[in-house]
Structure formats: C-alpha cells, structure tokens
Ligand binder design. Structure first.
Ligand SMILES: Cc1ncc(COP(=O)(O)O)c(C=O)c1O
Length: 373
C-alpha cells in the first residue's frame, strides 16, 4: 500500500486529469453552460459544474480530506451555509470576525430568519455555554482581523455533544496549517480569493464536508442560488494552488520576522500574531496549527490618522484590502464601519505578508513608520 501523499505534494498533483496517453496534463478551461443530453437528467453547468470547476473541487477536497464544492466567492460559501439553516435557527457566531460574515448573520437576524448569539470565540467557556439549543457554531481558525485563536478541538466536541453543526472558516490558515474536518468540524470554508489561489486575481470560495447529507444540501443550495464560479476562475485558482506550499512557507517565515521586529518598534503599541511567544493565541496555535500563518495585526501608538498615514507611506507594500496574495497588503481595518463596530482598535493595521524579500518589506515598513511619525 503506497503511503498517503503529504499535503505539499497534493497541492501539486491533486485534481489533475487522469494520466491517459495523449491527454493534457493540465486541466483544460471548459467553457460551456449546457451539455448534450445523455444519461444525466439535466446536464447543465450550474448543477454539475464543468470539468475545470470539478478539478478544482477535487484538488481542494484532497487537501481538506472531504468532498469540496466550489463557489463564486467566499461570501457565496458563507451564504450557502448561513442562509441554508431553517427559519428560526440559532447560530453562535464570533462577536468579531470577517466583516462580511458579521454582516451576513446581522442581516439574517434583522430579517427574522435567524437568532444570533455573539461570543468571544477565544473564550472557550463562554462559547460552550452558548451552545445549548443552538443549530450552528461558526468559527474562524484565526479571527479576522483581531487574530484570536479558538480552541477548535474543545469547541467542536462541545458542539457535537449538543448536536450543533460546526462550520470553520479557515481562510487565514489554509489546509496546510489546519484541517478542521480532521478535528470533527462538519464544514470548512475558505475565501479561495486569498491564499488558495494566491495571486489576487480571482474571486472564489470553496467549502468541504464529510457529511453526505450536508454535501447534497449545500450542492442544492448552490444550484438554486447559481453561486458556481466560472471556469477561468477555477483554472487560475488551480494554477495558484500548485504553489501554495512554497508561497505559505515564505510568507509565514517573512511574517514571523516582521512580527518580531514590529514588536520592538517604538511606534508600535501591540502586535497580534500567534507566532509571538507572548501572544494570547500562541500556545493553542503551537499545539493545533502547523505554522503561524502570514497575517499580522499591529496597533500604532497615536491616532487613526497616524495609522492612515502609515498606509499612505508604504511603497513596496500595497495599501489595499484583501489578503493572501503573493504581494503584501496593508490597511487600517477600522476604516470599515463593521470592523469598527466589532471593537477593532482605531489604529490597528492589518498586514497580509507576501513573498517579497523580507528585508525589503522591513525597510518599507520602517520608512513608512518613520515618515508618517
Ligand atoms: C476570513 C474571510 N472569510 C470570508 C471572506 C469572504 O471572501 P470573498 O471576498 O472571497 O467573498 C473573507 C474576505 O476577505 C475573509 O477574510
């Protein structure tokens, strides 16, 4: 019996067309909506997806350890899970998380579709106490943008004991760092716009589950809402996925160096990064994650305007939202009203560390901190 492949190898080989003589090595971009009628009841790309989309799903499924469904964006995957709950369902969600997810649950609550209990997901006892009578627990492997690390195994087993379905957004971590399905989560989702595709040129989402019932239900939801991605997006995402391990290795090593240096900078009041030994999430991340990720949040001493001035002063790093691409991006998260309302400190800068040379990144941060000070 050959030994199972390491995830690094799966990123390279999973989802490729079968090795048939004279067949292409790379997945072709199949552009079609209908298929000729044959044995299938209704062969149409919104239900059955094209070969390009399927290849992407097979690759991510192999990495996550459960069948995957591709979505047109990370939010489309979030919506498939959240909006698919029965009317009146109770969701336990992070009080501070990705702003789109926060808005999604607020919207469902405001329209009377769902009851929402908001918790600090780093407070394990508080989350467990909120689970009684709930239907869904939503977690992020590392929260966006406050960088809190939840105790996934404890929370997932507490939820399972209460019959609560668990969905984990692992966008910040990738399957190379954490595989929530192995820890018992029912569903894992990603904004594939970020690390999985890795080049900031596609908008995509993906979801994986080991439950055949959830797979069917979520597949049906995707067909109904038409939330499938296009073939070109899947081709680009697959191409990006092939280098995920190398990109993550460099980005994570850059992030650790930058976090350590930022922590010693006189203009920086606090660095939030699980790789720092004194970070509240450090012990959990060391125990549960294979790596500390490449997202850093740091708070400047001074005002929101001072923090905006840093964003305007970077030259190599780009002042833009989003994350997980080869290029480093920075932004003041409280510029977004939802983040500010979730308690994001006004001077918190979220830095998505890319794969540039670490000394160039540090020189850029240093000069931006200097000229804006
Ligand atoms: C953690 C997290 N989840 C979900 C999303 C939504 O993804 P998308 O922008 O692909 O819809 C984002 C986007 O920033 C995110 O950071």
């Amino acid at each position: 019996m050959p030994q199972p492949l390491h995830p690094e190898s799966l990123t390279v080989c999973a989802g490729r067309p079968s090795p048939t003589p004279d067949a292409p090595l790379a997945t072709p971009i199949v552009l079609t909506a209908p298929y000729h009628h044959g044995t299938a009841d209704n062969h149409y790309a919104r239900h059955d997806v094209t070969e390009t989309v399927r290849s992407w799903e097979l690759a991510v499924g192999a990495l996550e350890g459960g069948p995957a469904l591709a979505f047109g964006s990370g939010m489309a995957a979030v919506a498939a899970v959240a909006e698919g709950r029965r009317t009146g369902a109770v969701a336990v969600v992070p009080a501070a998380a990705y702003s789109g997810t926060v808005r999604m649950f607020q919207d469902l609550e405001e329209r009377g579709r769902m009851q929402v209990r908001r918790v600090d997901i780093a407070d394990t006892d508080a989350v467990c106490a909120a689970l009684t009578g709930a239907d869904l627990l939503w977690l992020e492997t590392v929260t966006n943008p406050l960088m809190a690390v939840p105790d996934l195994p404890v929370l997932i087993s507490a939820a399972r004991a209460e019959g609560v379905a668990v969905c984990v957004d692992a966008t910040f971590s990738t399957p190379l760092v954490v595989r929530p399905l192995d820890l018992g989560a029912d569903m894992v989702i990603h904004s594939a716009t970020k690390y999985l595709s890795g080049h900031s040129d596609v908008l995509m989402g993906v979801l994986a589950t080991r439950s055949p019932e959830l797979l069917t239900e979520l597949h049906d939801r995707r067909s109904l809402s038409g939330a499938v991605p296009g073939a070109l997006e899947c081709y680009l995402a697959l191409r990006g996925l092939r280098t995920l391990a190398l990109r993550m290795e460099r980005a994570q090593s850059n992030a650790l160096t930058l976090a350590l240096r930022l922590a010693g900078h006189p203009r920086v009041a606090r660095v939030r990064f699980p790789g720092l030994p004194d970070d509240p999430g450090h012990d959990l991340a060391r125990r549960l994650h294979r790596g500390f990720g490449a997202m850093i949040a740091f708070e400047l001493s001074g005002t929101a305007d001072d923090a905006e001035a840093v964003c305007r002063s970077v030259r190599l790093i780009t002042h833009a939202t989003s994350l997980g691409g080869v290029e480093s991006l920075i932004e003041r998260r409280a510029r977004h009203a939802v983040d500010a309302a979730c308690g994001t400190p006004p001077t918190l800068l979220r830095l998505s560390v890319g794969i540039e040379h670490v000394e160039d990144l540090w020189a850029d941060l240093e000069q931006a901190l200097e000229v804006s000070g």
